[in-house]
Design a protein. Sequence first.
Length: 1035
Amino acid sequence: MDTSLTILICTHNRADLLERVLASLNSAKRPAMPVQILVAANACTDGTLASMQTYQTQQADQGWLPLRLIEVPTPGKSHALNCAIPEIEAEFVAFVDDDHRVDENYLIAIENAVQTWPGAGLYCGRILPDWDGTEPAWVHDEGPYRIYPQPVPRYDEGDYPKPIDLSGPFPGGGNLFLRREVLEKAGGFSTELGPKGHDLGGGEDSEFVLRVLAAGVMLQYVPDVIQYHYVDLERFKFRYILQKSYQRSSSVARVHHGGDGIPRYMWRKLAGYLGAAVLSLSWPRTRFYLVRLAATLGEIRGMSQNPTSAAGVEAVAGLGGAAPGVAPVAVAMGLAAAAALAALPALAIWQGVLSATSIAAFFTLLLLVKSVIDFSRTGPQIRDEIQKHYSGYSLLALLRLGSWGFALSGLMAGAGVAIYGCYGVYFGQPFSAQWATLSGVLGIVLITGLQFARHLLYLPATIAASSHYRLSRFYAFWRWLSPAKLRMVQLVLVALGCAAALACVARMLEQERWLALTGFVTLGAAVAVIVGMMAPRREDGLAPPRPDGEMPDRPNIIMIGSDTLRADRLGAAGYYRSLTPHIDALARRGVQFTNCYVPCARTAPSLLSLLTGTWPHRHGIRDNFVGDDELALPVQCLPAILGEAGYQTAVVGDWSAGDMGKFKLGFQRLDLPEDQWNIKYLIRQGPKDLRLFLSLFTHNRFGKRFLPELYYLAGVPLTREVGRDARAQITDLSAGNRPFFLNIFMATTHPPFGSEYPYYTQFSDPGYTGESKFVMARLTDPFEIIRRQGDCRKEFDLDQILNLYDGCVKCFDDEVARILAHLEVCGLKQSTIVVIYSDHGMEFFEHETWGQGNSVVGDFSPKVPLIIVDPRRAGGGIVEKTVRSVDVAPTLLDLTGIPKPPDMDGESLESFLDGKDSVPDLPAFAETGMWLTDLPGMPEGHLRYPSLFDLLEVPDPATGTMAIKPEYRAHIIDAKDRMIRSGRWKLVYQPLESGYQLHLFDLDADPECQFDVLDRYPETASQLRKALLTWIAED
């Protein structure tokens, strides 16, 4: 890469303006570095190509800057930018719009800037209107009704250089210049954003700047780098101003809106501007409010849209597939109910209540009968005598869920009845029980149908987890669905409810029923408060902006983990898809360990080894089914040690993180579900049909508060929710004066690989019609899960499953980016250690079987990603030496200056973070988990044990905790496969009914462990065998 500058100009049918900007570049003073121009002609149909070809024939004779021309047929500025970037070889790239001209010192100022601020990767300058005196006088009006932003872009942060951070204001793309390596790090421009034809929106530049800042790149404002924007008088026509305000605000809102749905204050703002425009008595005032009204409509449109395929928007803006919230529908229906209750006579109200409750009771009864007939239960199958013991508990649980079903269906039926009652009041019609009943039925059908459609598009894993029916039955409906159609249906329901309430209120005003109106206002306010309490927590203002200060005596620690995340999906592993750009950017600030192993690839033993720094035989947890008598660990835990040293300790997670609350690890704050391996907990989740209905309404704060068993239902992703709750914890913890330790663990990449829209579609074949379109099929029934463990590769649509998995990885990466961006907004970036980890990986038939913890022959299950970023260290390193997850706890204690307990088996990796390689080669040990059934590829004569059905018991019926029967525990441990990894060598131990067999693999020559070289290297095998048998003997 040479030290030179390329000026990139993307143009579309502006041949005259393009000649103008080229003339200004050739008139500018030349710097010492070489400069060339690259023009990307984007779907040009005017004389642009001919003009550029003429330029190229004359450039040598005229002494003009050399120019290259490429043609980009796909319309859209972002497409032009992305096609042009690979053509650039210069070290520096400057963006110039085709309707700009540059200042005479522009090129020299760029050269001075890159020399003055070598630590910056991205630079911006001023953009000023190119006034010539022909513009209308009102554009210079600085009074209260001035039009802003003006139809001519302007970016001017004053006369002094300064860095620009995530607090903004962000520059446009017209006067940016950057180092070529930044483009390689951040990727291209979003093709979902940016000007296209008559859409003047843009936004691709702001999204790019946000993504670059989120990746840790420094942005430097340089006031001497000046471009002048052409003043087109057509832009000062009122119609253009309205169009530009609407489209630009829409694009900006799409990038910067960080909440779910449209905030309530937006509707208040819209109504305020509309009223001010209608009531205005002067044209300047009317013009001002109409422009603000157009901009507000654009904001609402942008907030409701979903640019999820825009790479990296989610990193800071918090987008990425959030379904439109149901709160507007709830408010509209609640207002209709409040109006009906206030306006209808008492007899009609009682008739309406009777109709709604009768419909709800009948609907709930049908649901309960269907659920009992097709009864099923979550979790593993257990013996009949255990289930009979809980028959009474099961009945109470069914009645509890039925009561909630009755309440929800009653509210929906009541909404339908209320809307009917409101229109009856308006039109002066008597209340009819028959019409009320029909309206109530429609209320249940319409609202439940809307929720089903929302989940089918945005979160189909909800339906997959509780459906008795093949999901392929819904494919045709799914193909018809789109975010725009769902928003339209929701808008119709909101309009229906609001119109009913307004009609009723209008009639009460006409009749001067002031007491009834007071009742309506009171009830309406109550509705707004209740819905507000149940709506998703807004992130606006969660983070108190605080400038990064010096590192305190002890840093904060944040660990972010995803269950079942394979190490080979990260960028450093060379995976063919770019799934983790944000995690990769984080890794460049710290150290990435590419050969980290967990001692047992099952969640409970792995997490406990991570947080205690000890092997499973020392902390005593060998698999996920752990009885009450095993919960008291004999070793010290990292959260407890940190808490004793003055740290605040907290953990946030979804259904995969229950073990962090089940065991007493020392977390002071726990935002977790109950233990998932508990028969009483599983019974409370109910049978499939009832569970499916309720699940449509519980993916929110209401569900988390009142039906946590369904909110935390296994297999249903909660990535966005966990991320949001984690950011709230960061805000709360940062308000204290003590350092904090926060562990965030989510099931984003766990089977059955369900993810939010659009991640499950991101890499999938659109034409795929098999069973695994939304999730890995047939993993929701206990019998199917056990049976599928023994299935071979041909039974699976493996390509589609891998595509789903990759979408989950991308989803996790985007959530990590949101957390990191929030950390920076809180002013904690320079005082917080960040760790990225997983509890285990996943086998996808690399060695004849799938799942986690079933095999130690390959590395895909026991090897995990590990990244440690300490802001006090330079970072940027990749460590290929073997390390273990048991090394993480002693490393974090070392980094915080806290002594390591003597019973920790792990070693500190601190020297790696300092760029040193003084840690000796550490042997990694691993063992398999408990098998659910006989697995493909298991050697003849391998030690076996009974099926899970015969192994499980519930020792204490009062607690309901499921555990392995004591008489089988030792045998299960004896039957585990084991392995040791040391340097390039890996030895695998498989116990047989008589003796054991060994396999040796050379990982340098055979990283996938396909070729046993035991006979070729007997001495190496003997040394590893001795070390491995010593480790096994500690059982």
